[in-house]
Design a protein around this ligand. Structure first.
Ligand code: SAH
Ligand code: SF4
Length: 341
């Protein structure tokens, strides 16, 4: 049966048009699904009984099962969800003083094969649909008893390899009749699929874009991120310029610093060369250790050297705070449990 949670407002409007129902049914159903967390059509008491029956006949409301939850010393919580077909995905809730950021997965696994990433090691199981993504956010909000202020597609998976479903999820998160999270507070992180970046630049909402760069030396990037060899650095740089020209919004470039790999003086010089004059914000991420991985976190001195060099070239730079590392809830540590380590 079709899972109705996969539809954003446009999808629901299309559906109700087909059923000869007024458009506002979409708003009603969105509110039932994402504000009141209804688990059956019967509960949707402001819909006519006949419509509720029709819907129940054609659709299901799938709710993933929570199969594991871990709480970090710093309050970060990690959740493992299982969908009806057995596929699993993780999401993370990161509370700060007055915010709750939820990091969600867009695919079960990932096909891109990045050398330093725990998800990359296990390959792709399947893309998630929008409801499966949105639920990872709803489930965290319910468990933490707080409103989600920020959502980031930085869990497992490559969002632009599952573009339409990801966009529908972002729209559910943004919709005032669902999560009501401001578009600027919703971020998508891509490993650098250029056609996806171009498409994203044309979307009407002001969603935020982050691009995983990791190295501005082509041979290093090819080795670290084999899945994006087809989109070499000059093509990526041009896409970032086009994105800026079209949206007037600065993308973030993510660089996870790995000792001896992308934190040497030459690598830092290449990074500065790539970023100079580009309207970007660089986010340096202290590499999170992944079991069995040869890649290790850069020394603080190397992180400072990168910050200094970028600042000297006038590139806006920040260093990401390390959260949830005691429960492996940090970037790149999310993996598919079902398939083991
Ligand atoms: N597939 C997308 C989004 C998910 S990964 C992407 O690659 O951008 C989210 C971020 O975590 C990316 O910047 C990714 O490069 C980074 N990452 C992966 N493994 C990591 C690790 N072990 N330590 C730090 N960051 C990591
Ligand atoms: Fe996939 Fe992103 Fe991990 Fe690369 S870093 S394997 S693109 S999830």
């Amino acid at each position: 049966m079709t899972d109705i949670t996969q539809f954003d407002r446009t999808g629901l409007e299309r559906l109700f048009a087909e059923l000869g129902e007024p458009r506002y049914r979409a708003r009603q159903v969105l509110r039932w699904l994402w504000i009141r967390h209804a688990s059956s059509f019967e509960e949707m008491t402001d819909l006519p009984a006949t419509l509720r029956e029709t819907l129940a006949h054609r659709f299901e409301i799938a709710r993933p099962e929570l199969i594991a939850r871990e709480v970090s010393r710093d309050g970060t919580r990690k959740y493992l969800w299982r969908f009806a077909d057995g596929a699993t995905a993780e999401s993370v809730g990161i509370p700060t003083a007055n915010r709750l950021t939820v990091c969600f997965s867009t695919q079960a696994g990932c096909a891109m094969g990045c050398a330093f990433c725990a998800t990359g090691a296990s390959g792709l199981t399947r893309g998630l649909h929008a409801g499966e993504m949105a639920w990872q956010v709803a489930g965290v909000a319910l468990d933490m008893g707080a409103r989600v202020s920020n959502a980031v597609a930085m869990g497992q998976g490559e969002p632009f390899a599952n573009y339409d479903a990801t966009l529908a999820a972002l729209r559910i998160l943004n919709d005032p009749d669902a999560f009501g999270i401001g578009a600027r507070h919703i971020t998508v992180s891509t490993c650098g699929l250029v056609p996806g970046i171009d498409r994203f630049a044309g979307e009407p909402e002001q969603f935020t874009l982050a691009v995983s760069l990791h190295s501005a030396a082509q041979s290093t990037r090819d080795r670290l991120m084999p899945g994006v060899r087809g989109y070499p650095l000059p093509a990526l740089r041009e896409a970032l310029v086009r994105y800026w020209e079209r949206t007037n919004r600065r993308p973030t470039l993510e660089v996870a610093l790995m000792s001896g790999v992308n934190d040497t003086d030459e690598e830092i010089a290449a990074l500065v060369g790539f970023c100079e004059g580009l309207p970007v914000h660089v986010n340096l991420i202290p590499m999170n250790p992944v079991d069995g991985s040869p890649f290790t976190r850069s020394a603080d001195e190397r992180i400072r050297a990168a910050v200094r060099a970028l600042a000297a070239a006038g590139v806006e730079t920040s260093v990401r705070a390390e959260r949830g590392s005691d429960i492996s809830a940090a970037c790149g540590q999310l993996r598919q449990r079902a398939e083991g380590p």
